[in-house]
Structure formats: structure tokens, C-alpha cells
Design a protein around this ligand. Structure first.
Ligand SMILES: NC(=O)c1ccc[n+]([C@@H]2O[C@H](COP(=O)([O-])OP(=O)(O)OC[C@H]3O[C@@H](n4cnc5c(N)ncnc54)[C@H](O)[C@@H]3O)[C@@H](O)[C@H]2O)c1
Length: 316
């Protein structure tokens, strides 16, 4: 199958590209390298350094590649920054998604798999937990609102043009290659700081909680979605809460550190806590997270230790 992965030089996207290539698919990557890294891109994938906001350049690529499937991850992925720069969230996440959809119609693509979010869609203190997919949207940041609008545009294109979709609402995903900046990247940020012997900051008192998943489990969901989960919006995650303090302790344990954190002010756009109902993923995809926090932290710690040993910011 011919697949275009937008954002395929990023943390999640580059792992997806590796897995799709391993499964025998022909993969092209579209990424403007905003946060992505060229070294993450699998050498067997074609790479196009362009922005999803540039319809003209995107058209050339879609015309050439004519993908059956588009896995759309390119995004303005900064929750806190989006509060100050809402127009950038709209430009990349809404208009970028619209560009992808228009070209899918024009060049006969069949399906889109979209990276949405489970956290910032349901209010600052959503209840009852766990959150189901059919809960009404109540975005708490321009980032969340832009993802919700992109989701709805994807559903619209199914109704209007029959482009099939699977929308994944991710928890906080962690693992090797994660860019250590921004909200929801705590494992990467904590790991980098601890390895430099710098004290990490917890925003708030450490009791905020989130749902998590290790990258390999997220990749497995995306492989299943090639054939399953058509026209569905599906949560993935552990389906349980992990507090910021619990998370930090797990990172510390994996790195063998007893560093004491700094407690800072809460950031704008951050929710108090969420975890996701993942029964639909099990029912429709036969998917359940397999990697425990301990196993995932161990693999992630090994990655960041190796980066440090090789004196490289990132390695593949
Ligand atoms: N990591 C998480 O915990 C998480 C949680 C919820 C949703 N998501 C979503 O998953 C997707 C991937 O996230 P990630 O964690 O891999 O982040 P990432 O920053 O590593 O990846 C995003 C990629 O998109 C690229 N990109 C950004 N703007 C672009 C543009 N205009 N044109 C082309 N490429 C562009 C970046 O260069 C980067 O390679 C994003 O859509 C994000 O919103 C991630």
C-alpha cells in the first residue's frame, strides 16, 4: 500500500514510518522539520520537506505519490503556546488538515488516520472518568479546539466524499525520540534534565494526572487501523490515571536518580486530570496497551542514556 505520513520526521510519526516500512508498505514523509528531525526518517522512505499549509507544494507530492492511505500527524503541537498563538493552531491543525483532505479527494486516496488528542478536549476537570469518545467536546486550549475542528472536518469529508477515517484520540505518548519541549512531553523533559543533573519542574503540586501509552503500543494501534476501525473515533491509552509525581518517580527510578523536583506554577491550557475509556479500541481493533509503565520507562531511559553517552541530542 502507498502511504503518506505527515509529521513522519517527528516522535510518533517516525516510529510509524519504520513500522509501515517493516510491514512492506511504500512510505513517503511530508514534514517541515519544525520539531521533527531528518535523522529520524527511515532511509527507505521518501522525504519531502514541506509544510502541510502549502497546498501548492503538497499538490505536487500527492500527484506524484497518489497515496492509498494518509496518516496525518503534522501539527502545531504546543498546548500552552497555542493559547498565545491560536492562529498558528488553526493554520496548521485546521487548514493543514483541510489541505490534506482536499488532495485526498483530488488524487483518489481511500483513508486517513488522524492523530487527535484525548486530553484537552473535555474541560479543565472532566468528569465522570474514564472519558468516553462520545462525550461532548469542551476544548480548553486553541490546540484542543483545532484538533476537534480537524476531526469534524475529517468526518465531513467522509460524509461528502467517502474518504474513510480512523481518528485516534491519544493519551500522553512517551518513548525514544520524543522532543523534550512542551506540555505532555514530561517523560522526555524529565529524562533529559535528570541526565544533566538538573532539577525538573513539576507544574502544580504533582497531583495532576494523565493517561499514558508507550510508543510501541501506539504504533500497533496504527497498524491495526489500516484494515480496521473505519469511520470511528477511538481512544487509546492505559485507561488509568498517573499523577505527575508518580510519573517523575518512575523516570527517576528508571534512571537511578533521587533528584528533588522544583514545584512551579500551573501552565495555561492544562487540564487537572484525565484518563480515557479504551473499551472501544479493544472491541473494534482488538487493541490493548501491552507495555507497562516500568517496561516503557526502562526502554526510554536506555535511549536517553545512549544519546548522552554518544554526546548526541538525538539518535534514531
Ligand atoms: N505525543 C503525544 O503525547 C501526543 C498526544 C496527543 C496527540 N498527539 C498528536 O500526535 C501527533 C504527533 O505528535 P508527536 O508527539 O510525534 O510530536 P512531534 O512534534 O514529534 O511531531 C510532529 C511532527 O509534525 C511536523 N510538523 C509540524 N508542523 C508541520 C507543518 N506545518 N507541516 C509539516 N510538518 C509539520 C514536525 O516537524 C514534527 O515532525 C501530533 O499531531 C500531535 O498533536 C501527540
Amino acid at each position: 500500500m502507498k502511504i503518506i505520513v505527515t509529521g513522519g520526521a517527528g516522535f510518533i510519526g517516525s516510529h510509524l514510518v519504520d513500522a509501515y516500512i517493516k510491514a512492506g508498505h511504500k512510505v513517503s514523509v511530508i514534514d517541515n522539520l519544525d520539531t521533527g528531525k531528518k535523522i529520524f526518517v527511515n532511509p527507505k522512505a521518501k522525504f519531502y520537506k514541506i509544510s502541510v499549509t502549502d497546498l501548492k507544494k503538497m499538490d505536487v507530492i500527492f500527484k506524484k505519490e497518489r497515496p492509498d492511505l494518509v496518516v496525518h500527524l503534522a501539527a502545531f503541537d504546543y498546548i500552552t503556546r497555542s493559547v498565545k498563538e491560536p492562529e498558528n493552531a488553526v493554520k496548521v491543525n485546521v487548514l493543514g488538515t483541510l489541505n490534506v483532505l482536499k488532495l485526498m479527494v483530488k488524487y483518489g486516496s481511500k483513508k486517513i488516520i488522524f492523530a487527535s488528542t484525548g486530553g484537552p478536549l473535555y474541560g479543565f476537570s472532566p468528569k465522570p472518568l474514564p472519558l468516553k469518545e462520545d462525550r461532548p467536546i469542551e476544548s480548553v486550549s486553541p490546540y484542543g479546539a483545532s484538533k476537534a475542528f480537524a476531526e469534524e472536518t475529517i468526518r465531513l469529508y467522509y460524509r461528502l466524499y467517502g474518504i474513510k477515517y480512523t481518528v485516534f484520540r491519544y493519551p500522553n505518548v512517551y518513548g525514544p525520540r520524543q522532543y523534550p519541549k512542551g506540555v505532555g512531553k514530561a517523560v522526555a523533559i524529565f529524562s533529559k534534565l535528570i541526565l544533566r543533573n538538573k532539577r525538573p519542574t513539576i507544574f502544580g503540586d504533582g497531583s495532576k494526572f494523565r493517561d499514558y501509552a508507550y510508543i510501541d503500543d501506539v504504533v500497533r494501534a496504527h497498524l491495526l487501523a489500516i484494515k480496521k476501525g473505519d469511520n470511528e473515533t477511538i481512544n487509546i491509552g492505559w485507561g488509568k490515571p498517573t499523577s505527575d509525581l508518580e510519573l517523575l518517580n518512575a523516570v527517576k527510578k528508571a534512571l537511578g536518580s533521587n533528584i528533588v523536583p522544583i514545584f512551579g506554577k500551573r501552565q495555561p491550557g492544562e487540564v487537572d486530570g484525565f484518563y480515557l475509556d479504551v473499551t472501544k479500541a479493544k472491541k473494534l481493533l482488538g487493541w490493548k496497551a501491552k507495555i507497562t509503565m516500568k517496561q516503557g520507562m526502562k526502554k526510554t531511559a536506555e535511549y536517553y542514556k545512549l544519546c548522552k553517552k554518544l554526546k548526541k541530542k538525538f539518535i534514531r
